[in-house]
Design a protein around this ligand. Structure first.
Ligand code: C5P
Length: 398
């Protein structure tokens, strides 16, 4: 599914070298189904041409307040009406100052003052310009006026300095814009999740693990964040980037995961255990690499010890969070899932069939609770995660 389908976005560019990254952003926005109307300040046209932005958006680009292509000759009104949001990226120091004071001396600033839709700005400037008290005052004023500020990030700057003020990357702007449009049923809630596999050492170079890409858990963390929650993700090793705005605690073993979860479980409203936790660890793991012997004689004999059940331990906490478990089964899903839910004493267990979900991008989830069983439609993992978060939100105690 396209995450910005039916959305019309006015994308404003102001003067800054980060303009070159906005070409990529327009591509990604249109890929997600958005209609993008680009408006540029004169300064922005020094950094990237209107021709490039027109080619990528497939629509006329506007720079001048006096542009006669708009029928009533009022582009500042015409362009903002019917827009779902105005996104200004990059937003310069000067443009933020203008917004904070309601100035309207070019098309983009006039459009912002005349808007009847949400406004999001993505600052991009040198670290001293960002740290300047006037800029900080203006940023605070924008927040007070209900304008969303995305970023800035810290790091290398085009001027050669290092610090705060860098524009966040196009994929991060896109993720924040998509999140902006999602419903917020978990606003004010704190959510803790586990995801990915755990790995249990046999010796310093060998491990026992479960097959898990982490995709479902990471998609749920992102969906919970989009839904307005403050999200912490305790994850075993995966190849996935941390979802934007989510606190990531990387761990290796089940015992580390248990420790990280128990340290935070009392402070959260909701715990979702998605990790494929190894059931055992190797009791007699070797401190040095085990050596092969000629002819394979003396193969190691591994002794196993059970790992703690993280979900069951959190579910046992008095005054602990509302708990959701996952179960991937290879057969008899309904029977095993309901039995597991009761055994772990949790209100909701989400089941899926292991062969359908492993390494796949799509998933089919079935909810098991006190009322019985309820299948969600098959969907991509992010759409399924959003749907599941919506279901959880309706069940979560007030
Ligand atoms: O017991 P089983 O592994 O089948 O249960 C699956 C659910 O329990 C998942 O939500 C999983 O994350 C959680 N779990 C856990 N700690 C374990 C084993 C499973 O949190 N040691």
């Amino acid at each position: 599914m396209q995450d910005l389908a039916q959305k019309r976005i006015v994308l404003g560019l102001t003067g800054g070298v980060a303009c070159y990254k906005i070409a990529e952003l327009v591509r990604r926005m249109t890929e997600q189904g958005a209609t993008v109307d680009v408006v540029m300040t004169e300064a922005a046209t020094q950094f990237i041409t209107p021709v490039t932005m027109q080619a990528l958006s497939g629509r006329p680009v506007f720079v001048s307040t006096w542009d006669a292509r708009i029928a009533n000759n009022m582009p500042h009104i015409d362009l903002s009406r019917g827009a779902d949001a105005i996104l200004v990226a990059p937003a310069s120091t000067d443009f933020m100052a203008k917004l904070a004071h309601g100035m309207a001396d070019d098309l983009l600033s006039t459009l912002c003052v005349a808007r009847a839709c949400p406004l999001l700005v993505v600052p991009a400037m040198n670290r001293e310009m960002w740290a300047n008290p006037a800029t900080q005052r203006n940023a605070a004023q924008l927040v007070e006026d209900g304008i969303a500020i995305l970023g800035p990030a810290a790091g290398d700057q085009a001027c050669g300095e290092i610090g705060d003020g860098r524009m966040i990357e196009p994929h991060e702007i896109l993720a924040d814009l998509i999140a902006f449009f999602q419903p917020k049923p978990l606003a004010g809630k704190r959510v803790l999740l586990t995801a990915g596999p755990t790995v249990e050492p046999i010796d310093p170079v060998r491990v026992i693990s479960n097959r898990s890409s982490g995709k479902t858990g990471y998609a749920l963390a992102r969906a919970a964040r989009e839904a307005g929650a403050q999200v912490t993700l305790v994850s075993g090793p995966t190849s996935l980037p941390a979802p934007r705005g989510v606190d990531l605690y990387p761990v290796q073993t089940a015992r580390q995961m248990h420790q990280a979860v128990m340290a935070q479980a009392r402070q959260v409203d909701l715990f979702i255990a998605v990790a494929a936790v190894a059931d055992w660890h190797v009791r007699n793991a070797a401190a040095q690499k085990m050596k092969k012997t000629e002819g394979g004689a003396g193969a190691p004999v591994l002794e196993f010890e059970p790992n703690p059940d993280i979900l069951a331990d959190v579910a046992r906490l008095e005054g602990g969070p509302w708990c959701v478990g996952f179960a991937a089964e290879t057969e008899n899903l309904s029977e095993y899932a309901q039995a597991k839910r009761k055994r772990k004493n949790i209100p909701l267990l989400v089941g899926n069939l292991a062969h359908e979900v492993m390494d796949a991008d799509d998933t089919r989830l079935v909810l098991f609770d006190e009322q019985g069983e309820h299948a969600l439609p098959a969907a991509g993992k992010l759409d399924a995660a959003r749907r599941l978060i919506a279901e959880i939100a309706t069940r979560l105690p007030r």
